[in-house]
Design a protein around this ligand. Structure first.
Ligand code: ASP
Length: 306
């Protein structure tokens, strides 16, 4: 399939361990792009420190996403965008490619690090995905503290909601969903994704990010993938699983390009995807104007962009 819709892509060859993070596809204002890239670099470095110390890909992607959730620049955790009621509702998921275990939370009330709760769903519940009040109750039972919403809502998020509602825009991208993919020295891959969703979304709307196969996927036989973009389109084409599967016959960069091109051709939706393949090679692509990202690999080399 022709991939003219793809606006940028990047690749790195096989590595013993590697990590790649994204800070969301969208149209981030030029003056804010350096902030987003710097945030991604900090997150990739935090995840790389886990891998460097012999830690698992799963722990590395969780750590990287926590750093991005704590950074108010991004539409995840602190700084998450607001729904039509002016409230934060969070979506997140994580997946381990060696066991195919996964955990997610969706339409979750404000908690500082939803990715840690998604991990706990994976590790300590019988389920893969918990929603709304049930997810919040589980989190509290597991010792996570509910956050005061005002501690997580930024002026930027308020301004974006006001702008969307003034334009009567049904919803808009916040351009700051976050995600990470990694391969560890043991050959295991993992992926994690976290978001506040879309600005001015209806209360209760769930996007692709907490959905295994749409926003997040990891399989040691193929690749780990985290996606960002128009969630409704990404759910319909199971973007993360589609892109991971494509690495059976193509490199990670080409797999990202081809799956985004297919989504654009079939649904009109745009976005971005990052991949860590089973051999530790990395690839990304976007069909939007921007997607901040950063990578670190076993030889200490670093790369980043938007
Ligand atoms: N995919 C996210 C959602 O639809 C938004 C984004 O990636 O910016 O909830």
């Amino acid at each position: 399939m022709a991939d003219d819709a793809v606006t940028a892509s990047w690749a790195h060859g096989p590595c013993t361990w590697s990590i790649l993070v994204h800070g969301g596809a969208g149209d981030v204002a030029a003056e804010r792009v350096p902030l987003h890239v710097a945030g991604c670099e900090r997150a990739a470095a935090a995840g790389a420190a886990v891998l460097q110390a012999g830690g698992s890909a799963l722990d590395a992607v969780q750590r990287a996403v926590e750093v991005l959730e704590d950074d108010p620049c991004f539409n995840a955790g602190t700084g998450a965008c607001l729904n039509a009621d002016g409230a934060i509702e969070l979506d997140a998921s994580i997946m381990d490619g060696s066991t195919l275990r996964a955990g997610g939370v969706c339409a979750l009330a404000p908690f500082k690090n939803p990715i840690a709760i998604a991990r706990r769903v994976m590790d300590a519940s019988r389920h893969v995905l918990l929603a709304g009040e049930g997810a919040a109750r589980f989190a509290q039972e597991q010792g996570f503290a509910r956050a005061d919403p005002s501690s997580m809502i930024t002026d930027l998020a308020r301004a974006r909601l006001a702008a969307a509602q003034a334009k009567r825009a049904t919803e808009g991208w916040a351009g700051g969903t976050v995600g990470a993919v990694a391969r560890d020295a043991g050959g295991r891959v993992a992926a994690a994704t976290s978001t506040g969703g879309m600005v001015n979304k209806l209360a209760g709307r769930v996007g692709d990010s907490p959905i295994v196969g749409a926003g997040t996927y990891a399989d040691d036989a193929t690749a780990a993938c985290s996606t960002t973009g128009h969630g409704e389109a990404m759910i319909r084409v199971c973007l993360a699983k589609t892109a991971s599967d494509a690495t059976r016959t193509a490199g990670a960069e080409h797999a990202a390009r081809a799956s985004l091109a297919m989504m654009h051709a079939r649904t009109g939706g745009t976005g971005g995807a990052i991949l860590a393949a089973r051999d530790g090679s990395l690839g990304l692509a976007r069909t939007t104007r921007t997607m901040s990202w950063a990578a670190v690999t076993d030889d200490g080399s670093r790369a980043s962009g938007a």
